[in-house]
Design a protein around this ligand. Structure first.
Ligand code: ZN
Ligand code: ZN
Length: 444
């Protein structure tokens, strides 16, 4: 394995021509120009950081080298860094006078899958996972988030005459298994360290770079897991009258449960029930004893979620009763909650981002995927999560026309174009943080 390069040192390249007083609305045009100048000067080091992280991905709660690399980068920028918060997470604090504490979060973890890009820095890393060997790849873009996070920290330190308060940069483990945010909170993130006044995060997505997508309110879905075991009575496939067929029950449930979505849920509300795994039986002429289903349940609103969970349980019990079978085992496990973007925080950032990105800032519908950044909101911190594109617009348009769109997150072909993607991430995040400091300083 290749060793990580040394962290880059804070350059004095950042200087804004006129100092903007803390109590005036931020001058986005001037700040954007300063951020871009700083970005150009830092880019060789950011590019190396991104490619190193990309080439050496680590899975959830095993992000040891990744966390150590980020800790070194943040210490070099003058942050006070605490490691091993929530197992492999880290907290980096930078104090700059009286003012609010603003949290910026990145994830650390990669996915258990093989990268199939032809990039020179593609990952070939393999590791043990759940008793098997697996490839590891940053196919969700968390490496883009980490490099943007370090770049934003450096930019904000360079612009420290523009804001007053505390930066709380956290690197969170295990987002992909929905466990890292909770692990950091359980390890005293908001008690050992100050609970922040606001928190920001960004996520990369499979659309053109230079674009920033944001939302007010729900930005991702509530996620619940489904486990149902139908209990029958096994026997010979040629003598079904002497059995209670659990495969039949499972099949009936899979079809009937969709009527919870189509007939019980308000059709204008979002809700999904998907069964992703069916486990039962061994050969064709034996009716097995039981059948197990695994599934996922997604929703935005708590009322819709409650209605769906009740409908799933009722359908499963009714299906078993129709077969005169014992009651099924039903476990609907609560997963991550929807990220709710705070209207006031979003309104403040929106003004700055609109001035910087114009038509390329887009209000977009919520994602149906889930994200444990919501856990910090659940602890009472106003949140904003926004998304940035990663592809060259010409290639993206041509691919769409050809009928084979470019790969989205979690695809083995997911391949962000580093420089413009990082430039957008760092510019947008820096301006979002500066706008929140400014709004707070003006007492609004
Ligand atoms: Zn992901
Ligand atoms: Zn992700």
């Amino acid at each position: 394995m290749k060793h990580f390069a040394k962290p880059f040192l804070l350059s004095a390249a950042l200087a804004v021509a006129t100092v903007v007083p803390v109590h005036a609305e931020i001058d986005v045009a001037r700040l954007k120009a300063a951020i871009e100048t700083s970005f150009e000067a830092d880019y060789p080091k950011l590019d190396a950081l991104y490619k190193d992280l990309h080439a050496e991905p680590e899975l959830a709660f095993a992000e040891v080298k990744t966390a150590a690399r980020l800790a070194a980068e943040m210490r070099a920028l003058g942050f006070e860094v605490t490691e091993k918060v929530g197992r492999t997470g880290l907290v980096a604090i930078y104090k700059n006078g009286e003012g609010p504490t603003i949290m910026v979060r990145t994830e650390l973890d990669a996915l258990p899958m093989e990268e199939k890009t032809d990039l020179p820095y593609a990952s070939r890393v393999k590791t043990a996972w759940n008793g098997k060997e697996t490839f590891v790849a940053h196919s969700c873009g968390h490496d883009i988030h980490m490099a943007s996070w370090v770049g934003t920290a450096k930019t904000l330190v360079g612009l420290k005459d523009q804001w007053r308060g505390t930066l709380m940069f956290i690197a969170q483990p295990a987002e992909e298994i929905g466990a890292g945010a909770m692990a950091m909170l359980a390890d005293g993130l908001f008690t050992r360290f100050k609970k922040p006044d606001f928190a920001f995060a960004l996520h990369a997505g499979g659309y053109p770079h230079g674009y920033v997508n944001y939302r007010v309110g729900a930005g991702s879905s509530n996620f619940d897991g489904l486990y149902i075991k139908f209990r029958g009575r096994g026997g010979h496939g040629a003598m079904p009258q002497r059995t209670i067929d659990p495969v039949m029950m499972a099949a009936r449930f899979i079809v009937d449960v969709q009527s919870v979505i189509s007939r019980e849920k308000d059709p204008t509300e979002f809700g999904i029930i998907s069964i992703g795994a069916i486990n039962s039986g061994t050969v064709g002429n034996i009716i097995p004893d039981d059948a197990t289903l695994l599934g996922t349940i997604r929703s935005f609103r708590p009322e819709v979620r409650a209605k769906m969970l009740a409908g799933i349980e009722r359908t499963a019990k009714a299906v078993a009763e129709m077969s005169d079978a014992p009651a099924p085992l039903i476990q609907l496990t609560e997963g991550t909650k929807a990220v709710i973007n705070d209207p006031e925080l979003v309104a403040t950032a929106e003004k700055a981002l609109k001035a910087a990105f114009g038509e390329r800032l887009r209000l977009s519908p919520p994602n149906t995927t889930s994200e444990d950044f919501s856990e910090f909101g659940g602890s009472g911190v106003p949140l904003m999560m926004f998304h940035i594109g990663v592809y060259d617009v010409e290639k993206w348009t041509a691919a769409n026309k050809s009928g084979t769109p470019l790969a989205a997150n979690h695809s083995p072909q997911f391949a962000p174009v580093p420089k413009p993607t990082l430039q957008t991430g760092i510019t947008a995040m820096t301006l979002a943080v500066l706008s929140a400091f400014d709004q707070h300083a003006r007492g609004k």
